[in-house]
Structures are given as C-alpha cells and as structure tokens.
Design a protein around this ligand. Structure first.
Ligand SMILES: [Mn+2]
Length: 308
C-alpha cells in the first residue's frame, strides 16, 4: 500500500522532514476525518486538521521526561484517509487498511477522528495484531446501543460493534455519565467494567481510582479516547458535551499509572473533537494531549517511577 505523509507546514508538531518521514518514524499519526451520523453538534470531520494546525504551537520538549520525543522517535503524519463517499463499513475498511499497513511496518499508530464510529478501524487492526489486548474507552457515553436512529454504525453504537469481536469483559470504560437503560443492562450482562464519572467523584473507587482501573486491564491496552470524556469547561468542542467530566491532568495520571504498572499501550485513537472557530484552548488541549500521551507511553516504567 502507498502511504503519503503530510509536509512540514501541515504535519503534527510542524516537524522537519528529518524527523517526520515514514521510514524513520516510530510513531505515525493517521487523520481520519469521518463524519456521517453525528447526532447533535456537527463538525468533527474538521477535527484532525484543527488538531494538526494547533500542534504547531506545542513545545517539542517535555519537561517531565526531559526529552524531545519527536526528534528521538520521529513522528510521521499521513495525509488524511480519503473518505469522501464512503460510509459505515466502507469508511471503516478504508482506515483499517491503512492502520494495518502501518502495524505491519512496526509503527505505533495514533488515529485522529472523526466521529467515534471510525475508531472501529484501528481497534480491529490492533486486535488482530494483539488478540489478548484490553480496550480502554475514555468517554462520557457508553456507546453500547445496538442501533441508534436505525443505524448500527452510529457513534452511539461503536462499543456494541466492538463487543461483537472483542470479549466484552475486556472492555473498560472510564468517565461514563450518560447512558440509556439498555446500555446499563448490557454493561451488567456482558461484564463490561465501567467506571462512572459520578462514582469516581464520590470516591467509590478509592482515593486512587487510577489503580482500580488499571488493575482491570490486560498487559496490552488499546485506548480509544472520546474527547467528551473531558469536562465541557475545558472541552466544549465536541458534538455531545456532558457536565461532570474528567480533567486533563486526571487523564494523564491514568496513563502514567498504566505504564508504571508495566502494561503497554499498543495504540491510541482520539475522536469526536469538533473545533469551534476561534476557541483555541480546546484545540490546544487535544494537540497537547496527543503529544503528552505519546511521551508517557514511550517513557520507560523506571522513568515514571522516578518522577512520581
Ligand atoms: Mn463516544
């Protein structure tokens, strides 16, 4: 498969060719601007481009790990996957083929959506490569409806589609605070581990809820992060914002806890970012998040222990 990267003026972190060719880079960003069945606010197809544009203002140096990961590991950014005229399974298959090709080359892949449905593509590709993996879903919504408005490929159903191939007891949800009765029943029936935002705030998972979450995960973890997991105060730019969400530092601490435990993140997608023109803090949050999560995932366990 022919894969083409974006040039310096458009790529993640505005990286020079020296640090952003496909051959040299360990990390590859895949923009997947899919939008078909958003139900409330629209615009998530413009998410990847806004994230990449904002990333030009992200510092390459990470003060926590005292490194410039982008120059040591290299980060390539692919041209957006061409999704015009492709819907549901056809769009998912197009992105899946790209992620598959990258995994075959041994790359660490970050997929940028687009609506949550498109996460099915990297999840399936990673699951084939890491059949024992757990799936960590950071989200305000359970996304476990069998169908939504008659569509089984709605963003509100993505985890129900995942549960058709990945054993549902390996799905771990964090930050959930809006779900339908059928989804609550499915969580119980299928044995999905769900950490509700409200219970987390009430201390029902202990003071360090991060540990409780991490203990439910297997040694290889794929992460699907819907930006509506964040509180709308810091992340209003998403189709279906819900009050009472997580804070930026909490999501980072969850990742640190995960890596410190010796588990490995095998891939990440970040979906449902829907830029609001002129609202720079939201796009900066996602751009910083992508880079910071990479820094944490690429830091050795000992490194994390020493900065604890
Ligand atoms: Mn979602």
């Amino acid at each position: 498969m022919e894969l083409h990267v974006l040039g310096q003026e458009l790529n993640f972190l505005e990286l020079e060719p020296e640090f952003s060719t496909l051959e040299r880079s360990q990390i590859v960003i895949v923009p997947a601007p899919y939008e078909y069945r958003t139900s409330f606010g629209r615009g998530t197809c413009r998410g990847p481009e806004a994230i990449l544009r904002a990333s030009a203002h992200v510092e390459m140096y990470d003060e926590e790990f005292e490194q410039e990961l982008c120059t040591t590991a290299g980060v390539a950014t692919l041209q957006p996957v061409a999704l015009d005229g492709l819907y549901d399974e056809a769009a998912i298959a197009a992105v899946e083929a790209v992620v598959e090709a990258l995994l075959q080359r041994g790359k660490f892949v970050v997929t940028l959506g687009g609506e949550h449905t498109i996460a099915l593509a990297p999840i399936r590709a990673h699951w084939r490569r890491y059949p024992q993996m757990s799936l960590l879903q950071l989200d305000a919504h359970a996304d476990l409806r069998q169908e939504y408005q008659g569509a089984p490929y709605s963003h509100a159903c993505v985890m129900a589609r995942v549960a058709e191939f990945l054993p549902p007891e390996r799905i771990v949800q964090v930050g959930i605070r809006a779900l339908a009765r059928e989804e609550a029943e499915r969580i119980r029936q299928w044995g999905i581990r769900t950490f509700f935002a409200e219970r987390l705030r009430r201390g029902l998972y202990g003071e360090r809820w991060y540990d409780q979450v991490v203990q439910t995960l297997s040694s290889q973890v794929y992460v699907t992060l819907d930006v509506d997991v964040f509180d709308p105060a810091i992340m209003p730019a998403t189709g279906t914002p819900e009050p009472g969400g997580l804070w930026y530092h909490e999501v980072l601490e969850l990742f640190r806890t995960l890596i410190r435990s010796g588990r490995r993140v095998v891939g990440i997608d970040i979906v449902e970012f829907s830029p609001i023109p002129g609202l720079h803090h939201a796009e900066m949050l996602v751009a910083r998040l992508v880079y910071k999560l990479l820094n944490i995932c690429f830091a050795a366990e000992e490194r994390l222990a020493s900065v604890q």
